[in-house]
Design a protein around this ligand. Sequence first.
Ligand code: BGC
Length: 487
Amino acid sequence: MTSEARAHKGDPLRGPRDVGSAAGSTGETMTRWLVVVLAVVLVAGGLFGYDQGVISGALPGIKAAFSLNVFMVQVVTSWVTLGALAGSLVAGALSDGLGRKRTMLLAGALFTFGAVVQWTAPDAAILVVGRFIVGIGVGVAAVAAPLYAAELAPANLRGRFISSYQLAITIGIFLAYLVNARLVTAEEAASAPWRTMLGAAAVPGLALFVIALVAPESPRWLMMKNRRAEAEAVSRTVEPAVDVAAHLDSIELSLRKDKEAAPWGEIFHREWRRPLMVAVGLAVFQQITGINAIIYYANQIFASAGFATEASRATVTTWAIGGVNVLATLIAIAFIDQIGRRILLLAGLIGMGASLAVVGVAFQFISPEGQAAAGPTTAGIVTVASLVVFIASFAFSLGPVVWTVINEVFPARVRGRGVALATAINWGSAYLVSQFFLSLVGAIGSSMTFWLFALFCVVGWVWIYFTVPETKRQSLEQIQQQWTQRT
Ligand code: BGC
């Protein structure tokens, strides 16, 4: 048994139900600090999600204000993704160099600044600069926040802490859809208050900054920097009931090889190949199975399925996609530490693959033109029902579990870089899917496109079955041992 496992054994505060109900003064202290950690994660995820969802509602107003052509519309839309890709690539080095806390302060500051730039942009070029800056903030926070949660959460609550990040993303998307739905019913969508919508992101940006100010630094990072006394002080405050010395010893043991962060090249070394493969593979499968094609283009899919008015499409998108996404993520959070990662992933992919196959069949009965005026057909209703199953299956599996596993498979030495690389690849894959979905539909048709996503679900299922190990209820140090034992 590792010393960390020893430190946790028999500790009543570590039971899965104890976060909200810890009794006694030490319990209250632990709860308060873990709530701060959780708040950092929730706000960072909310920023990510709001940004994913808000642009479709803001675009009509932006287009009208700056007379944008199609090319510029795409630039305004996609430069957040580019910024996020860049942000996630530097985030690993930042969070290893500056520390997790200061990296999140920086992310909050970037996000706030970018939102203000968008809010006040005098022309399209400045608006794009603002979008890029916000994107960097999103990318940095998307790496730093779950990493921070993985390092501060107790082992048996870690899954829930990291999947709370996913919950926050879904709430952010949902809120953005709600705002969009309001705009659609406004009398003039083109004069919609797009500046306020984009600028409003400064509020959670500032919130992230303020919460990160009071949040504790990660003891694992402090140990990496040879600052054991400070690590001890933080651990005592955050988890007073744990045997701090044993806990820090186990961290030290896992950092023993080298106390400095590994150089970029080391992440590709043979010894880290398995965790790297698992993290990158999951990042790619999360995207190529089609989630963001649905998130971004739900409105158009529902239009082809016969939902005639903007208002009806907005309602279906908000509740069938946005609302179901939040609810099913809540279910995942409740079960991730009991059921485990593998079962959730494998079960979710079955639901996703089957529902995509059905959507493909339904689109065989939907003609590309003339549906909108006719109202939803049986095939249209089947499409909505199947997409609800798809979103629910994604939200209790690949959505939260992929981020959880990415943040727990790497050894401390390469964790910052590994998480950053996997996150960047996730953004890259998201960019490709959302960029080419409509072209793919144009080239091979809707049915074939959905069947292609379904095929990726099958491939993903087989790959996960043979490659991804179970990591529930193991300390980060135990997971690391698993790799060395297996190679
Ligand atoms: C994915 C996002 C996606 C979101 C949907 C996240 O886990 O990384 O790309 O938009 O889930 O809820």
